[in-house]
Design a protein around this ligand. Sequence first.
Ligand code: GTP
Ligand code: MG
Length: 449
Amino acid sequence: MSQETHYNRARTSLQQALSWYSSFQRHGRYRPDLELKTAVSSELQAIKGALNKLERKAIAIAAFGLVSRGKSAVLNGLLGEKALETGPTHGVTQYPKSVRWAIADKVQIELIDTPGLDEIDGQMRAEMAREVAGKADLILFVVAGDITRTEYEALCELRTYHKPLLLVFNKIDLYPERDRELIYQQLQQLGTDKETDRQLQALLSPQEIVMTAAAPAPFQVRVEWPDGRVTQEWETSTPQIDVLREKILEILNREGRSLLALNALVQAREAEKKLARKTIELRQKEAEETIWNYAKYKALIVAFNPIPLVDLIVGMLADLALIRALARLYGLPMTSYEAGKVWQKILFSSGGLLLGELGSSVLLGIGKTTAAGGLEGAGTFTSWLFAAGLQGGVAGYGAYAIGKVAQRYLEAGCTWGKSGASTVITEILSQVEPNAIVYRLRNEIGIQL
Ligand SMILES: Nc1nc2c(ncn2[C@@H]2O[C@H](COP(=O)(O)OP(=O)(O)OP(=O)(O)O)[C@@H](O)[C@H]2O)c(=O)[nH]1
Ligand SMILES: [Mg+2]
């Protein structure tokens, strides 16, 4: 499947999610609820934002790194103009700043410059990282030589955003060829040394380390003039940024649409999960009532029904109906087919429960029938009552447990529908080529339910 298909699948998925959630209070049995609406508005906004970015085909490339590594200079180098302020003092860039990179006509590329990660304090830094890394389709992590402890930690932290990343080794003009090679090798080690770090290994491969000299330092040259004069002059070597630019363009060309698609889907998935969690929390009371009611009626029907197999069928139908009722109550997207799948999963995850119901249905059901068959003495009536009560109790408890587990599954499962974000993510990830930069994210973002 081509990246164009990935793009279209993602767009459809987000459009559907948006149209569902924009009116999802109406799907519920309850009237639109202002409290709920307000509670989930930021999640809705996030889905809208992701869809909007996808439709604009706006690729965001963010530069991260510690102070003075040349983040702004690298972005200027890509742009080919000095659009971002740079300077030798620490903390030149104080706030994230975006600039348009007009290099391709089909896509919009936005370069995002950020302050040094050691420049801003913990709370703000985390917020900035979340916001910028969250929307980035590609991250450039800029270092300038040996990687420090802080850099290493920052890199690991950024990695948790599951975004493709290029490690930019800038200021190579400051290193003689030999040292440069050595540092490059060490950086590669970061990516391959399983002993010290297995996590980072998934992120870096030699192809993802690029060397640049975005703004080479001027150096002094001694000029000997024909007339015997000797002067010292300053010269600057030409910046080395082409390799990085080509690398980025190659990535965008090969998998830009897939990157956009995945990023939008991951953002939507996060938002949908939060949305489900909030909804379930807010409707807790009604949900308890629903579950309790189903448990009660299921128990009664099962207890008083005289035909053994019917108990089991009625029980199953009641469970399914309960799952559907909960989905309706929450207004979360769930078809009968999906409700069936959830039910299956629940049964497998709580095999004991299934066995209990099955066992009690067969044994007690038969016991109940036999007892009912000879309804003469007080003794048989008592044993019937006992069997029916026990069976009803087990059935009711089953419904109650299923209701509880269903809540948990609804929380996680709403993105697993046919066009759900999780489904499409898995689909795309299963199709990426091994040489793609998103390939290594396969295990990270393709988490199964
Ligand atoms: N020698 C050399 N110096 C560079 C290179 N790139 C940037 N610099 C210099 O490093 C200093 C910091 O560059 P900036 O681009 O401002 O670095 P930054 O990472 O954006 O720094 P903050 O915004 O302060 O976090 C400036 O004086 C640049 O001229 C390079 O490739 N080689
Ligand atoms: Mg800067």
